[in-house]
Design a binder for this molecule. Structure first.
Ligand SMILES: [Fe+2]
Length: 389
């Protein structure tokens, strides 16, 4: 076994109705006035109403910024950081999916480190040197795992590329997981964010940087997702399925923060920057095709994935058992009605070179179980063009 370091610094508060604990969690971390970052839709949702009720009944002072947009751009982080400074708040609460949480992570870092977030992205001139403003993340989707990870993905709109600030100081202090806040999440968002969580679990499990703890978390997350995602999509009010997906997403987040990711996230990040493809949709489309290409890198682990997702591999040769993992993911994707091909989401062959050029520099591509050249990435995209799986 090779050496490894495992981290999981975020304190997790889980419970149906746990939002009521928000005032006490904030107080415990020294929060006096809270700055809540969310998006315009969540601001009008029952999740926001529950947060307001909890804070109101405890008399906690707060201010709401509800302008978070999908795939937060550099300019938004810089602007929100200024608004936070003027608010007089000393703690940030992020409420929503991956975008408001990433926006809040970047703004919390920038508030203490100074400058523009562009200075800290890949190729920037500054490194994170000071701890962030304390941040509590409350996810309303089960997928990104952003509530426990060290990365904040930010879009450089001028260069049409998604980049990230990754540092331990960016990790939220606490995550509040209340499945009730996810009850209103639409079926397609539940499905696509669930595919993001599954991609985290699978890519971290077969990553060259996986360790026994990230493996344990990855395989358990896969089992939970395999058993619950269909139900959460079919019946959004099923709290048990929502709870399992919320926890699976968090576990998969911790798994990939430690184990790493691979080519699916490289392509998804490229497609997000160039075509604004939602992250979960991009992962959902690409995952089985990339797995198929990666199988020779680790038959044993892909066989484990097949079993975790409910396939019977008894007596099968390793290669055949591994192949069943691709079938299991493709079947799940079909059952929850996530797009299956690049054609389904308007990406054509002429777009390939741009996607490949943006995928190749992805830092975590080095952890993919098979070393991939440009022609390999092109082969995966070509497979995904018209859904042969
Ligand atoms: Fe992801």
């Amino acid at each position: 076994m090779k050496d490894f370091v495992f981290k999981m610094p975020t304190r997790v508060h889980f419970g149906v109705g746990a939002v009521r604990k928000l005032p006490e969690i904030c107080k415990g971390l020294g929060g006096k006035k809270l700055f809540i970052i969310t998006g315009p839709n969540v601001a009008k949702s029952s999740a926001m109403a529950a947060v307001r009720e909890a804070l109101g009944s405890a008399g906690t002072e707060y201010e709401v910024y509800a302008g978070s947009v999908p795939d937060p751009p550099i300019e938004a982080v810089d602007a929100v950081t200024r608004i936070f400074a003027e608010s007089g708040a000393n703690m940030i609460v992020a409420l929503g999916g991956g975008s408001p949480i990433d926006l809040a992570k970047a703004a919390a870092m920038l508030s203490t480190n100074g400058g523009s977030v562009a200075d800290y992205l890949f190729g920037g001139t500054k490194t994170v040197a000071k701890p962030s403003v304390p941040l509590i993340a409350i996810p309303t989707t089960a997928g990104t795992g952003s509530e426990v990870t060290a990365a904040s993905v930010i879009t450089d709109t001028k260069n049409r590329i998604k980049l990230s600030v990754t540092h331990d100081y960016v990790i939220p202090k606490a995550a509040l997981i209340d499945p009730q806040l996810q009850a209103d999440t639409p079926a397609l968002v539940t499905a696509s964010t669930g595919m993001d969580a599954l991609t985290h679990a699978i890519e971290s499990y077969v990553s060259l940087n996986a360790n026994p703890i990230s493996d344990a978390m990855g395989i358990y997350a896969m089992r939970m997702i395999g058993e619950n995602l269909r139900i959460a999509v079919a019946d959004g009010g099923n709290m048990e399925a929502r709870a399992n997906m919320a926890v699976a997403s968090l576990i998969a987040g911790v798994a990939f923060m430690n184990g790493g990711l691979g080519v699916v996230h490289g392509i998804a990040q490229a497609m997000g920057g160039i075509h604004h493809t939602p992250h979960g949709i991009a992962n959902g489309v690409m995952l089985p095709y990339a797995m198929k290409r990666n199988l020779p890198g680790n038959f044993k682990k892909f066989g484990d994935i097949a079993r975790a997702l409910g396939k019977d591999t008894g007596g099968l040769p390793a290669r055949d058992a591994a192949r069943l993992s691709v079938d299991a993911v493709a079947e799940l994707r079909m059952d929850i009605k996530v797009p299956r091909s690049l054609g389904d989401i308007g990406i054509e062959e002429k777009d390939f070179q741009g996607i490949i050029d943006a995928t190749m520099p992805f830092r975590l591509l080095a952890l993919n179980p098979c070393k991939l050249a440009e022609s390999d990435v092109e082969g995966i995209l070509r497979q995904a063009l018209r859904a042969p799986i």
